[in-house]
Design a protein around this ligand. Sequence first.
Ligand code: GLN
Length: 279
Amino acid sequence: MTIASYFADLIEQISPIHGRGEAISIAKIIAEDVFHCASIQSVQQLTSEQQVQAQAIKEELLTGKPLQQILGMADFYGLKFIVDEHVLIPRQETEELVFEALRVFPPEENIKVLDIGTGSGCIPITLKHEAPGWEVSAIDISEEALYIAHLNALNNDTEIYFLKQDILDEDQWENHRYYDLIISNPPYIPHSEASLMPDSVKKFEPSVALFVEDSDPVIFYKKIAKFARQHLRQNGVLLFETNEFNATDVEALLIKEGFHQVQIIKDIHRKDRIVKAKA
Ligand code: GLN
């Protein structure tokens, strides 16, 4: 079987499940990362070993499993991150959050940073990689996620202080010091909107990382804002990832909490994506 015929068949079969655009992206990642081949139209033959591997990947994709979980690896900001079912797959939108953090503080400045709800650790690890002088800490409620985040920090040669903590529990706040930057991409999807999410996300990604109660969809933003009032230095910066449906609610709550220069920043698709504020 040629590489081209494998991918033509793969795209055809997985498009109904993953969507055609995503199916083509999946094919390109497999070509590059698994077959080390530049094109999905190559007429090169797959070896018999590659055919077995190709078939196994296709079968898993047909269950709706995201490619990153099948390969156990995701790309983020030019780095590789181990992922499994306990962590959210790092998203492109989150790269923009990281980019914004690196725009706000010069990499050579000696600042202290905290990432809340770190998951795979993609945010703190990328920040530390880009700005080695920063002192970066990260918390998460999930022990399984922290295990993956630790591995990712090791693999990417970065030193991060990880701590298991539930940010919603105020009793756990006191062992924190002051930070110059607090950053978070918290869960924010109300359970009632779950039906709008792709099945592959609902079935395979951790619900603790995604969903919140309908009764208080901005609960994490509220708690983190309160935490930041107590643990951000004067002129420190709070950076949140949001989506286009909750950005103005988050903006309003930060203004109400007394933050300054509250600003919504759009992503490359012109959608509200980041809310930034100063203490
Ligand atoms: N911080 C991680 C990310 O941005 C995890 C976020 C989450 O689990 N809500 O990918």
